[in-house]
Design a protein around this ligand. Structure first.
Ligand SMILES: NC(=O)c1ccc[n+]([C@@H]2O[C@H](COP(=O)([O-])OP(=O)(O)OC[C@H]3O[C@@H](n4cnc5c(N)ncnc54)[C@H](O)[C@@H]3O)[C@@H](O)[C@H]2O)c1
Ligand SMILES: N[C@@H](CCO)C(=O)O
Ligand code: NA
Length: 429
């Protein structure tokens, strides 16, 4: 008997899922031990002629009836957004169907409800495509690393912003013109807010943190800063330190192990770090685990066919589970660690100050750092006379103390302007 798949959404990803299921039907059937068949495709409008080679009767606008149809075994949700995706997934799960979804926004907002429902119903929910597209990442975190203790995850999980920052680094271009170029090439959407403001990366950070630390984390727990304020001057400052600027999703266990911090913001990263060499719109995730050490996962984070590859991998995994008469309950959130606020997260700051080159300036600046309990790692001066710049890199300190330091530096008479402020990341050990 064929395994019947209901497809919800036939856009960029959905249409590639259809194409690959058709093209690889023989291989997929061999791998699963039974043929895969598309039982129905939910679309917003059925009017358009579709170039899928499929029976037009398969298309429906009634997604709810499709997901609960008794002959459907498995539902693939590639509509995106919160509703109706959430109601459709919950209805499918309650009707005993396993689900594959690429929907990071929904999983980051309401993942626990969906995972609990799947566990209660004894069905699978797989979502490899939701973070870093084609890159096998979530199942390695969930399965291969289940015997280890993960301390930190650093990820370039948004291709659009990586492309923009890469152009700024390579060409000295500004943010606005790099964004325009990304849009012209089809990397950035016409409304790029979710990417450039870090919402997309924050949703992915929540999903990664949940899997890495076995604890519930939602998008609301993630501190988020995008790249719209990164200037050509920041990039030059980074280059002067042998760094590149990257937008990172960072999920980090606190030193005492009692809590986790989850954040998305631009960082300066030394060029020798493997993530610094992730160019264009590629994604990569760097995992630091107690026993496994440093691991990196690299590849295409988006695009119809890479994302469909991850979706189909999940379909095969679920099909194999079904044949074995089992399902793989997702991370049972055994830890329930607190998520600490950004102010308590330990970070380091790079700060460049436009100052006049006069006696007492460095002392006054150093005093502000000292008053906030922040130790300076190194300081250098660029230029001289009225055009001097002091560049300071701090040791690690709570982010709140560093942010306070910068605010107080702004009020010093001898500081003409705070030219660049950015957190610095490096290898942890
Ligand atoms: N495109 C990528 O590279 C990529 C990568 C990783 C994850 N994803 C995720 O995959 C999902 C789909 O992304 P996409 O790029 O294919 O989006 P898309 O906009 O191209 O496709 C979504 C499709 O769903 C349809 N749709 C909307 N509401 C519907 C409804 N109620 N019933 C039936 N169909 C409906 C839309 O008409 C559209 O054709 C999203 O969750 C996205 O975050 C996409
Ligand atoms: N918009 C995302 C792709 C989908 O996750 C990116 O730029 O990486
Ligand atoms: Na992935």
């Amino acid at each position: 008997m064929a395994l019947k798949v209901a497809l919800l959404g036939c856009g960029v990803v959905g249409s590639e899922v259809v194409r690959l299921m058709n093209e690889q039907s023989t291989e997929l059937a061999a791998r699963i031990g039974t043929p895969l068949e598309i039982g129905g495709i939910a679309v917003r409008r059925t009017g358009r002629v579709r170039d899928t080679g499929l029976d037009p009767e398969l298309f429906t606008t009634d997604a709810m009836s499709l997901v609960t149809r008794p002959d459907i075994d498995l539902v693939v949700e590639v509509i995106g957004g919160i509703e109706p995706a959430r109601s459709l997934i919950l209805a499918a799960v309650k009707a005993g169907k396993s689900v594959v979804t690429a929907n990071k926004a929904l999983l980051a907002e309401d993942g626990e409800v969906i995972h609990d429902a799947a566990r209660d119903a004894g069905v699978d929910i797989y979502y490899e495509a939701s973070v870093a597209g084609a890159i096998p990442l979530l199942r390695p975190l969930r399965d291969s690393l289940a015997g280890d203790r993960i301390n930190r995850v650093l990820g370039i999980v948004n291709g659009t912003t990586n492309y923009i920052l890469d152009r700024m680094d390579a060409l000295g271009a500004g943010f606005a013109e790099s964004l325009e170029e990304a849009q012209a090439l089809g990397y950035a959407e016409s409304d790029p807010t979710a990417d450039v403001e870090g919402f997309d990366a924050a949703a992915k950070a929540a999903i990664l943190a949940r899997l890495a630390f076995h604890t519930p984390v939602t998008a609301a727990d993630v501190h988020r800063e995008g790249i719209t304020e990164v200037t050509a001057g920041d990039i030059v400052s980074a280059q002067a330190m042998g760094c590149v600027v990257k937008l990172l999703a960072i999920c980090q266990r606190s030193e005492d192990g009692a809590s986790v911090g989850v954040r998305v913001h631009p960082v300066m990263l030394p060029r020798e770090h493997p993530l610094a060499n992730v160019k264009e719109a590629y994604n990569a995730v760097f995992v630091e685990a107690e026993s496994a050490g440093r691991l990196m996962f690299y590849g295409a984070g988006a695009g119809g066919s890479p994302t469909a590859s991850a979706v189909l991998g999940d379909v095969v995994a679920i099909a194999r589970n079904r044949r074995a008469g089992t399902f793989a309950a997702d991370g049972d959130d055994d830890s329930v660690l607190a998520v600490h606020p950004m102010g308590e997260t330990v970070t380091r700051y790079h700060v460049a100050l436009d100052v006049a080159d006069r006696p007492g300036v460095l002392a006054a600046v150093a005093e502000v750092y000292a008053a906030n309990g922040v130790s300076i790692k190194n300081v250098r001066q660029e230029g001289h006379g009225e055009d001097a710049q002091l560049v300071l890199v701090s040791h690690q300190a709570p982010d709140a103390a560093l942010a306070r330091t910068v605010e107080q530096l702004r009020t010093l008479d001898m500081v003409r302007a705070v030219a660049s402020v950015m957190r610095v990341e490096a290898f942890q050990h």
